[in-house]
Ligand binder design. Structure first.
Ligand SMILES: [Zn+2]
Length: 312
């Protein structure tokens, strides 16, 4: 028979079927029975090692440096094996040599990665000192004292979240009502249609109404507004903003067309600074309006200052 190595502790002498690598197997008796009734080739609750450190498979009696990998040949997982054999988690399913190699590789990786060490350092220190266990115990006890089961904690957190959301929604609604009242628009949809058509961007609308992007898009869709693709509308909205600025300046000086008015004033001797002050804009703006594209043919509008000046 193949003599059992002395280190195969717990295996009775004469268990000759524990042939190494299947060689020298004589007979096939099972001396043990696992917890789940499976006939076993090694003693439950422990691993038998040969002189090379290889471990005996309880299921077939052969020896393996990497028993955990071998278990797949039986269609078993390591967890099922551990449970059936009665092995605690801290006992590796491989020879001491393989286990040492794995540990050495992991340690080398660890040593070579200061960032990883830094990341885990606080946690490791807590764990090493036992502080982590102490804190967890205290926290669990305190939760229990307060009657805070995990379910109760979750429920309370959900209630706080819901209350916060409701308060936020109420604030948003109040603000929206104030904006609508100030704008004179009959409804949110009217306001959105008018502003969007005038070139106001989604960002500006969101800021104006206090609505989130998702809700704003929903309201625009409900208002029948086709949202422009981002970036597509830039020149158009720029033009719209420029037109709005022109209109504001024209209203301020009482002119129909600000560009016509500026040219007339300039011809009459007004300085750029005078014009900027009157229009409530900057000097560069005045310069750009004076230098802008040619005015539409047909002369000044009849309600402009130039027209009035011409009729005098
Ligand atoms: Zn096996």
């Amino acid at each position: 028979m193949t003599g059992l190595p002395a280190r195969a502790a717990g295996l009775p002498r004469g268990a000759g079927h524990l042939g190494r690598g299947g060689s020298g197997t004589v007979g096939h008796a099972h001396l043990w029975v696992l917890l789940d009734g499976t006939p076993a080739h090694a003693a439950p609750g422990r691993l038998a090692a040969d002189e090379d450190g290889r471990l005996a498979c309880h299921l077939c009696g052969r020896w393996f440096a990497h028993l955990g990998a071998h278990l797949r040949r039986h269609g078993w997982t390591a967890a099922r094996y551990r449970e059936a054999v009665g092995l605690p988690l801290h006992v590796p399913l491989c020879s001491a040599e393989v286990s040492g190699r794995i540990a050495a590789t992991q340690k080398a990786n660890w040593d070579a990665d200061p960032e990883a060490r830094g990341r885990f350092a606080p946690g490791r220190e807590l764990a090493r000192s036992g502080e982590l266990n102490r804190l967890a115990t205290i926290a669990a006890r305190e939760r229990q004292d307060r009657g805070q089961t995990p379910d109760a904690v979750r429920a309370a957190r959900a209630r706080r979240l819901a209350a916060g959301r409701a308060a936020q929604a109420a604030r948003r609604d109040a603000r929206l009502a104030a904006v609508l009242a100030a704008s004179g628009a009959a409804s949110l949809h009217d306001l959105l249609r008018a502003r969007y058509a005038a070139g106001t961007s989604l960002d500006q609308l969101a800021k104006l109404t206090g609505l989130g992007r998702t809700r704003l898009r929903g309201e625009l869709a409900a208002a029948g507004v086709a949202v422009r693709g981002s970036g597509v509308n830039l020149p158009a909205s720029k033009r719209a903003r420029a037109a709005a600025n022109d209109a504001r300046a024209a209203a301020r000086v009482g002119a129909g067309d600000i560009r016509v008015w500026l040219r007339a004033q300039r011809r009459a001797g007004a300085t750029l600074a005078d014009l900027a002050r009157s229009a409530g804009r900057s000097v560069p703006w005045v310069r750009s309006r004076l230098a802008g594209p040619p005015l539409p043919a047909g002369g000044p509008a009849p309600y402009s200052c130039e027209y009035l000046a011409g009729t005098n």
